[in-house]
Ligand binder design. Structure first.
Ligand SMILES: Cc1ncc(COP(=O)(O)O)c(C=O)c1O
Length: 388
């Protein structure tokens, strides 16, 4: 079958492929610990589900405005204004089916063929995929272990050219759990303003943070008008399957993204949006408890991995991933991923699933119980003992 030429440039997310293979092995009777997929293992809090059920019963089952219900956009704009310390209006908010469409729309609205886009590597694989898809030049900024997986701002500056149109900044970060410091953000902001570059600030893990408080790039002068904040419900409220996210940007760009959404999805699910409003304005105890539990698990997995000869693992400050260095085993990340999956019953991802600078690392998601994390550590230690 002959597809359009552009399909050759579209990448994917291998997490779903590893999940499928792990499930197949389970169906064959194998025991598997799932540390591959990036989603909270908690249920969506009850009050949010109740709000959705009530909304269905109240008739929220129809098309709605492409950018979302005005009252829900207002709730989001107030939340973003409060948590980022900036002023936003409901007209700057576009509600989308998950956070991912914000990336897609932003890239389509802003980036022409031949433009350059700087993106983190290792990083969320969809960034590189979309940059290639729109025929732009993908310019990776390497994230290094010795810098706690924060980008090096001097290096970032050296990558900027007159063709740089957009920078993608993700903090807390997937797959490393790295969090940018106040000074990093300040410098990134300066580079963007001085060189007239758009920013896609992927803040989907803004609430899953173990350091002080979350800081956004938009706090710095001149940044808000050139930035699309991406956030959503998937991670904070364990709502991955609801497909609810949003972008916050200047009003003109919001109108363009809304037009893209009209062309693509029409709008976001009506009753889900009502649940979204309830989630954000309701009690935050469930989310806070989830983050506290993640922190406990992070310590268990980091300590456990560091006990294993041949592995060294930084303690991340955000998200729910660890990105241990496994170079001592003398195998590629992909070989280790396969070995763990096929022989040891641990589903994890090769660092290279997140770009070429991920070679020598594995990503474990610790969105799983302490018991299962301990079981996985025993199995990884078993593998390490056999290789070394
Ligand atoms: C960095 C990053 N951004 C965005 C997303 C997409 O989130 P959603 O499920 O809301 O589309 C993910 C999901 O894994 C992610 O890790």
């Amino acid at each position: 079958m002959k597809f359009a030429e552009r399909m050759k440039r579209l990448g994917t997310e291998t997490a779903f492929e590893v999940l499928a293979r792990a499930r197949q092995l389970e169906a064959e009777g194998r025991d598997m610990v799932h540390l591959e997929i990036g989603e909270p293992d908690f249920d969506t809090p009850r009050y949010i589900c109740d709000a959705a059920i009530q909304a269905i019963n109240d008739g929220y089952t129809h098309y709605n405005p492409a950018a979302g219900y005005p009252e829900i956009r207002k709730i989001i704009s107030e939340e973003i204004s409060k948590t980022r310390g900036i002023k936003t209006t409901p007209e700057q908010v576009v509600i989308t089916p998950g956070g991912k469409p914000v990336m897609f729309y932003a890239m389509f609205a802003l980036v022409d063929a031949g433009d350059e886009v700087i993106y983190p590597n290792p990083g969320f694989p969809i960034y590189e995929s979309l940059i290639n898809f729109v025929n732009a030049r993908a310019v990776p900024i390497p994230l290094r272990e010795e810098n706690d997986f924060r980008l090096d701002v001097k290096e970032l500056k050296s990558l900027v050219t007159p063709k740089t149109k957009l920078m993608i900044i993700n903090s807390p970060q997937n797959p490393t759990g790295g969090v940018l410091t106040h000074d990093d953000l300040k410098e990134i902001a300066r580079i963007a303003v001085e060189n007239d570059i758009w920013i896609l600030a992927d803040e989907i893990y803004s609430r899953i943070i173990y350091s002080d408080k979350f800081e956004s790039l938009t706090q710095f002068p001149g940044v808000q008008e050139r930035t699309i904040i991406l956030d959503g419900m998937s991670k904070t409220y364990a709502m991955t399957g609801w497909r609810l996210g949003y972008g916050v940007m200047n009003e003109t760009l919001a109108a363009a993204l809304t037009r893209l959404q009209t062309n693509c999805a029409s709008c976001t699910s009506a009753f889900s949006q009502i649940a979204m409003g309830a989630a954000i304005s309701g009690p935050q105890d469930d989310s806070d408890k989830m983050v506290a539990e993640f922190k406990k698990r992070r310590d268990v997995i980091v300590d456990g991995l560091n006990q294993i000869e041949g592995i060294s693992c930084k303690k991340p400050l955000g998200a729910f991933y660890v990105f241990p260095n496994v170079k001592a085993f003398g195998k590629t990340s992909k070989e280790l991923e396969e070995l763990l999956l096929e022989e040891y019953g641990v589903a994890a991802l090769a660092g290279t699933s997140f770009g070429k600078y991920g070679e020598g690392y594995l990503r474990f998601s610790y969105a799983n119980s302490v018991e299962n994390i301990k079981k996985a550590i025993t199995r990884v230690a078993d593998m390490a003992g056999k290789i070394l």
